[in-house]
Design a protein around this ligand. Structure first.
Ligand SMILES: [Zn+2]
Length: 84
């Protein structure tokens, strides 16, 4: 799956993921995935509140979506831990 696109249904860039249903390629944001597929395709969604400095938020918001930034951080941290 590739993320970072634009939702084909609502034009949102919020956590957009490309995937195939049969032979058709679809690009949907998190909201439309929930609406049209019944549930997110990438795992369990939990809401969190995070306090960061404005600088840190600026960085996070440059990463695409906040959820994508968070997933990348978790992935990187876990990969890093596996190496040591
Ligand atoms: Zn959408």
């Amino acid at each position: 799956m590739v993320s970072g696109g634009v939702c084909e249904r609502c034009g949102s860039t919020n956590d957009v993921v490309s995937f195939n249903i049969g032979k058709e390629k679809h690009e949907l944001c998190i909201d439309c995935r929930v609406k049209f597929l019944g549930r997110p395709s990438i795992g369990v969604t939990k809401k969190v509140s995070v306090t960061l400095s404005q600088d840190d938020w600026d960085w996070v918001d440059k990463q695409g979506s906040r959820s994508e930034a968070f997933r990348n951080l978790v992935r990187n941290a876990r990969n890093h831990n596996n190496q040591s």
